[in-house]
Design a protein around this ligand. Structure first.
Ligand code: SF4
Length: 718
C-alpha cells in the first residue's frame, strides 16, 4: 500500500448503511482523500448521501487508537495478544467454554466476522458470539427463516424503481438509507403514478415523498398487516394458485386474522379507519407492490410477528420475487448481511447453517476440522450482557462496537463491564464510552485501510479496498483474532495469509457438501486468486450455479463481471428453502394498543440524517455535525405545553431504569403521546443524551431483538 502513487483512484464501498454504495477514493499528495460516488456500482450509480460524501473528512489520525494497551498503558502486540490468549484459555479451563464471549459488529467485514465465528464456534466450542446486528435486523432474520426456510431477501433495489406502490413501514429511508430514497424519488418523478405510503408514528422526512402517511401507534404494524389479509381475501386479491402450490398455513393465518375488521384495525393502530381503508384498497388493486421495512418493524418486542404479517400479505398475493414486487428488509449496517452469511450471530452457524441441525454441525465440523462445536444457540446480545453482569461470562471481547452507548439499559451494561474479570476491546478509536472498561485494548484497521468484503441489503457482495497505509501499529480485525487463536493452540485452523485466503475459505465452506439445496452457496467464487479477489466487482449472490470454477484472476473477473448486474430474485417460482420447498404463512396474534397514563409517553429512538451510530466517525466532521448540533427530544407542541416544557428548553427524559437530559424541539411531525430522541450521543461526545441508558431491555421472544422504540417515559423541564 505504501508504494501506491497518490492520485490513484480506488474503488471501495461506503462503511455506513446497508445500501452499500460504491465509492471512488483518491488519495491526494497533500494527504487528503477525494471522495466520489462510483458511477459503475449498481447500488448507487454514482450517488452518495451527506455521510458518504463526507468520508474524506473523517480519516485523520488524531483520535485513532494506534498501539495496544494493557491496563491503559502502552504495550507491544506480543504481550497484548498473549495476555488475551492466556486469559481466555485460563477462564475456559476454570469455568468452561461458555464462560467467555465475543460481542462483534455489523461494521466488521465478512472476513473478520468469519474468523471470529470460526474461533468461537469451532475451536473454543461455544456459541457465545453475538453482534450489534442483533439490535438492527434480527427480527427480519427470524421472520425470513419462519416464512422462507432461510434468511433470504427475495428482491433487488431495481424492484423499488419498478413498483407501482411502495409501502415504507417503520423506515425513514430519506435519512437512514438516503441513496435508496433518491432512487425512489427519481423513479416517482419519472412515473408520477407510482404511489408511496409511509407507515410511521412520525411524519418523517420520508413523508415528503408519500401520497399517504399513516401515523400508526407504536407497534401497531402487526394489526395493520393482519387486517390486510382478510381484506385481500374479500377483495378477491388472493393468488389462489400460488398459495395452493407453494405455501402452507394460509387458512390458519386467515382464520386468526378474521376478527381484524376495519374498526378493530383502527382501534389497534390508532389510525382513522378511512385511512386504513384507503391503504388496503390501494394495496389490493396494485399488482406491483414492494413493502420496505427496517428498524420501526425490527426494533420491537413483536418484531418477528410484524415481519411475518407483512410477508403473509405478499405470499397471499403471490407478489414476491417478481419485478417490482416483494417484502424488502433494508438493513441498517454496512455488513449486517455479510455477518449473517458467515454465522456471526449466537443462533446461527457458518454459511447460514442451523446450529440445532446435527447434519449442519457435522458438516461445518468436518470442514473446519474443528476441535469442538456447540450444539445449542449461545447468548444473544441482551442476555449476553446480563450473563456478564451475573458472572456467568468472565471474559468478553468486544470488537468494533460501543455497547455502553448503543445497548438498551446501557448503564447496566456499564456496570457489567466494570465487574467483568477480563474485557478486551478492539477498536479504531482511542476514546469512546466502552474503552475505559478494557483490560486490553487492540488497535484495529479502519475504513480506507481494511481489505475485505461487505454484503448490502440486496445481497450484493462488494469489496472494501484499502487506499491508505495501516497507521501506527493497527492491524486488520481478522488478523488480530487469528493471532489470538494461534496463541490459544489452534494454529492449524488459523494460518490464513490474507483477507483473500479467508474469503476463499468462506466461499468453499458455503459450497461444502452442498448440492445446491441451500441458498447461500458462493462456492462459484472459491478459488479466486489475489488478483481475482482484488478485482472482484460488486456481485449479487446467490446466482445460478452455471459458473463453477475460477482459476485465474482474469477469468474470474470476467465471469463475475458478467453476473454483476443480474438482479437475481427469489421465490417468484415458488421454490422456497423449507425441506418441502414450500413457504409458511405465520398466524400472528395482535396485541391491544398500549394505553399510557396522564403524563406518560412512549420513547422512540433512531437516527438523524448526518450521524452514524455513536458518532465515533461522523462526529469528526464539522459539516456533518452542523446538521444537528446536540442531542434533542422531539415533542408535539401540545404535549410540551401540557408538561410545561418550552421550545429549546432542557428536558429530562426518564424511564424506570435511567434518565437523559436533552434539548426540546417542538414539532407537529411528532404524534401526541410519543417522543423521539436520537441514539447517537454519548457521555464521551456530549456529556449527556446517552438515551439508551433510558431504553428498557425488553426483547422479542423469537429474535431476541430489543424493542428500542417503545419505552414508557416521563418528560419534564430540567
Ligand atoms: Fe453510505 Fe448509505 Fe449514504 Fe450510500 S446511502 S453513501 S451506503 S450512508
Amino acid at each position: 500500500m505504501d508504494e501506491r502513487p497518490a492520485d490513484t483512484t480506488i474503488r471501495t464501498t461506503c462503511p455506513y448503511c446497508g445500501v452499500g454504495c460504491g465509492v471512488l477514493a483518491t488519495p491526494r499528495p497533500d494527504g487528503s482523500v477525494a471522495i466520489a460516488g462510483d458511477p459503475a456500482h449498481p447500488a448507487n450509480f454514482g450517488r452518495l448521501c451527506s455521510k458518504g460524501s463526507a468520508l474524506g473528512e473523517t480519516l485523520g489520525l488524531e483520535e485513532r487508537l494506534l498501539f495496544p494497551t494493557i491496563a491503559g498503558a502502552r504495550a507491544n502486540w506480543d504481550d497484548a495478544l498473549s495476555r488475551v490468549a492466556e486469559r481466555f484459555t485460563a477462564t475456559i479451563a476454570e469455568h468452561g467454554r461458555d464462560s467467555v464471549a465475543f460481542y462483534v459488529s455489523g461494521q466488521l467485514l465478512t472476513e473478520d466476522y468469519y474468523i471470529a465465528n470460526k474461533l468461537m464456534k469451532g475451536f473454543i466450542g461455544s456459541a457465545n458470539i453475538d453482534t450489534n446486528s442483533r439490535l438492527c435486523m434480527a427480527s427480519s432474520v427470524a421472520g425470513h427463516r419462519r416464512a422462507f426456510g432461510s434468511d433470504t431477501v427475495p428482491g433487488t433495489y431495481e424492484d423499488l424503481e419498478q413498483a407501482d406502490l411502495i409501502v415504507l413501514v417503520g423506515s425513514n429511508l430519506a435519512w437512514c438509507h438516503p441513496v435508496l430514497y433518491q432512487r425512489i424519488a427519481a423513479a416517482k418523478a419519472a412515473r408520477p403514478q407510482m404511489k408511496i405510503v409511509l407507515v410511521d408514528p412520525r411524519r418523517t422526512a420520508s413523508a415528503d415523498l408519500a401520497d399517504l402517511h399513516l401515523p400508526i401507534a407504536a407497534d401497531g404494524d402487526t394489526a395493520l398487516f393482519a387486517g390486510l389479509l382478510p381484506f385481500l381475501a374479500e377483495a378477491g386479491a388472493i393468488h389462489c394458485d400460488y398459495v395452493a402450490r407453494h405455501t402452507d398455513g394460509f387458512v390458519e393465518a386467515l382464520r386468526r386474522a378474521r376478527g381484524m375488521r376495519l374498526p378493530h384495525v383502527a382501534e389497534a393502530t390508532g389510525l382513522d379507519s378511512r385511512q386504513v381503508q384507503a391503504f388496503y384498497e390501494l394495496f389490493a388493486r396494485t399488482e406491483k407492490v414492494v413493502t420496505v421495512y427496517s428498524q420501526g418493524v425490527n426494533q420491537s418486542v413483536t418484531g418477528t410477528d410484524k415481519v411475518n404479517a407483512i410477508i403473509n400479505c405478499h405470499l397471499a398475493t403471490g407478489r414476491i420475487g417478481r419485478p417490482g414486487m416483494g417484502p424488502f428488509s433494508v438493513t441498517g449496517q454496512p455488513n449486517a448481511m455479510g455477518g449473517r452469511e458467515v454465522g456471526g450471530m449466537a443462533n446461527m452457524l457458518a454459511a447460514h447453517m442451523a446450529i440445532e441441525d446435527p447434519a449442519h454441525r457435522s458438516l461445518v465440523r468436518d470442514f473446519w476440522d474443528a476441535r469442538a462445536m456447540p450444539d445449542r444457540a449461545g447468548l444473544k446480545a441482551v442476555d449476553m450482557f446480563r450473563a456478564v453482569a451475573d458472572g456467568r461470562i468472565r471474559a468478553l471481547w468486544i470488537i468494533g462496537t460501543n455497547p455502553v452507548v448503543s445497548m438498551p439499559d446501557a448503564d447496566a451494561v456499564k456496570a457489567a463491564l466494570a465487574a467483568c474479570p477480563f474485557v478486551v476491546v478492539s477498536d479504531v478509536v482511542a476514546r469512546n464510552d466502552t474503552l475505559p472498561f478494557a483490560d486490553v485494548a487492540l488497535p484495529a484497521a479502519a475504513w480506507g485501510e481494511k481489505d475485505g468484503t461487505v454484503t448490502n441489503s440486496e445481497r450484493r457482495i462488494s469489496r472494501q479496498r484499502p487506499f491508505l497505509p495501516l497507521p501506527g501499529e493497527a492491524r486488520p480485525d481478522w488478523a488480530i483474532i487469528a493471532d489470538v487463536a494461534r496463541r490459544m493452540g489452534f494454529a492449524d485452523g488459523f494460518s490464513h495469509a490474507s483477507a483473500a485466503d479467508v474469503f476463499d475459505e468462506h466461499a468453499r465452506l458455503s459450497a461444502y457438501g452442498n448440492a445446491g439445496e441451500r441458498d447461500f452457496d458462493i462456492g462459484a467464487l472459491a478459488g479466486l486468486d489475489q488478483c481475482g479477489y482484488d478485482a472482484l466487482p460488486p456481485v449479487q449472490w446467490p446466482q445460478p450455479r452455471t459458473v463453477t470454477s475460477h482459476g485465474s484472476g482474469d477469468a474470474s473477473v470476467e465471469a463475475t463481471a458478467a453476473l454483476a448486474n443480474d438482479g437475481s430474485r427469489f421465490f417468484g417460482d415458488g421454490d422456497f428453502f423449507h425441506p418441502d420447498r414450500r413457504a409458511r404463512f405465520v398466524a400472528v396474534d395482535v396485541a391491544p394498543r398500549r394505553r399510557l397514563g396522564k403524563g406518560r409517553f412512549l420513547l422512540n429512538t433512531g437516527r438523524v440524517r448526518d450521524h452514524w451510530h455513536t458518532m465515533t466517525r461522523t462526529g469528526r466532521s464539522a459539516r456533518l455535525s452542523a446538521h444537528v448540533a446536540e442531542p434533542f427530544v422531539d415533542v408535539h407542541p401540545a404535549d410540551a405545553a401540557a408538561q410545561g416544557i418550552a421550545e429549546a428548553g432542557l428536558v429530562t427524559v426518564r424511564s424506570g431504569i435511567g434518565a437523559a437530559i436533552v434539548r426540546c424541539r417542538t414539532t407537529d411531525r411528532q404524534s401526541r403521546g410519543s417522543v423521539f430522541v436520537p441514539m447517537h450521543w454519548s457521555d464521551e461526545f456530549s456529556g449527556s443524551g446517552r438515551i439508551d441508558a433510558v431504553v428498557a431491555p425488553a426483547v422479542d421472544p423469537v429474535s431476541g431483538q430489543p424493542g428500542l422504540k417503545a419505552t414508557e417515559v416521563s418528560i419534564a423541564p430540567f
